[in-house]
Design a protein around this ligand. Structure first.
Ligand code: ZN
Length: 107
């Protein structure tokens, strides 16, 4: 079975990194946190961030959480069965833990 885009079910051609990266082509915030997507759906994520102002990164913890919120909202609209891999859930768990540690470290 060919890998499918998690958003639309079409053949996947790209990795959609759920928290993206800071400006300036720097490394991804969470390099292991991605889902398979077709090119069109991967583009929608960035367009959504831009429309909401989430493409700009001030506080990295806030940016990562807001972008994960966009992902969760997109997944809530789907009718397809959940196609997320166990490694994605593990990467999401690490991401949430890092964000919590970041916030806690400021107090
Ligand atoms: Zn798609």
């Amino acid at each position: 079975m060919k890998a499918q885009c998690v958003y639309c079910g079409q053949p996947a051609t790209e990795q959609d990194h759920l928290t993206g990266r800071p400006a300036g082509n720097r490394p991804y915030f969470d390099v292991d946190l991605w889902v398979l997507a077709c090119g069109a759906c991967n583009k929608v994520a960035f367009q959504s961030w831009r429309a909401l102002g989430f493409d700009r990164v001030g506080d990295t913890a806030v940016a990562r959480l807001r972008r994960l919120g966009v992902f969760a909202a997109r997944m809530s609209d789907r009718e397809l069965p959940d196609a997320l891999q166990p490694s994605c859930w593990a990467a999401l768990a690490r991401c949430f833990t890092e964000i919590a540690d970041d916030i806690e470290g400021r107090q």
